[in-house]
Design a protein around this ligand. Structure first.
Ligand code: FES
Length: 191
C-alpha cells in the first residue's frame, strides 16, 4: 500500500506541478498495485459553511487476468483479485451472450468473485453454461445471474455477487476494480 498526496485539479498547486509530474503519477497508479492518495475536496461550496478538507481516494490494482483470443465460450478462467488475501478467488468467462458490464466485441466477457455473499460459500466449479449462472452455492443454494451483474436468481443471499470490472487493451484483459463488497471484508482493498 502506498500513499501519495495529490492537489485538486485546477488548483494553483496542481498548475505548479506541471504536466510532466501529473503524467508520471498517473502512470504510477495504472501500473502499480493498490494505492491511496489524498485530494482536497471543497464541502458546501458557495455557502457560509464552505470548507476545504482532505479526502482519501483508493485505487484498485490493474491486473492482467486473461487474453481475449485464448478464451473459449463457457470455460471459466480462474484468478485472484484484487490481491491474494481471503476471498479473492475470482473467475472470468466468455458467456456467449451479451451481459451487463461485458467486454469484447460481443460484450459477453465478464468476471465475478467466487465467494457467496450469504455466508461465504465457495462457488468455484459451479458455473452453469445453460443458465449463464454461478451456483447453486453448496451451503444454502444461492445462484447468481452472470448476465445481469451477478443478481440473485434464487437462494438465501440478499446481495449480488461482486462483479470484477474489466478493461480490454488490445488482446489483454485487465481487472481494474470491483463492483460490490466482497464477502468477509469491510473494504475490498483491505484483505
Ligand atoms: S453461503 Fe451461499 S447460500 Fe449461504
Amino acid at each position: 500500500m502506498r500513499t501519495e498526496t495529490e492537489s485538486a485539479p485546477g488548483s494553483d498547486a496542481a498548475a505548479a506541478e506541471g504536466p510532466g509530474c501529473l503524467m508520471s503519477r498517473r502512470h504510477f497508479l495504472l501500473t502499480s498495485g493498490a494505492a491511496t492518495f489524498t485530494v482536497m475536496v471543497v464541502l458546501n461550496p458557495g455557502t457560509p459553511h464552505a470548507a476545504t478538507v482532505p479526502g482519501l481516494v483508493a485505487t484498485y490494482p490493474r491486473k492482467l487476468v486473461a487474453r481475449l483470443s485464448q478464451l473459449r465460450q463457457d470455460q471459466p478462467v480462474d484468478f485472484t483479485y484484487p490481491d491474494e488475501g481471503a476471498h479473492a478467488e475470482s473467475m472470468l468467462v466468455k458467456l456467449g451472450v451479451r451481459a451487463g458490464g461485458g467486454i469484447g466485441p460481443a460484450e459477453d466477457v465478464v468476471a465475478f468473485n467466487y465467494t457467496c455473499t450469504h455466508q461465504g460459500g465457495p462457488l468455484s466449479g459451479t458455473y452453469k453454461p445453460a443458465d449463464k449462472a454461478l451456483g447453486p452455492c453448496p451451503l444454502h443454494l444461492s445462484t447468481y445471474d452472470l448476465t445481469r451483474h451477478g443478481i440473485l436468481i434464487s437462494g438465501q443471499a440478499y446481495q449480488s455477487l461482486p462483479q470484477v470490472l474489466l478493461t480490454l487493451d488490445g488482446d489483454d484483459i485487465y481487472a481494474t476494480g470491483i463492483f460490490g463488497l466482497m464477502f468477509g471484508r469491510y473494504d475490498n482493498l483491505a484483505g
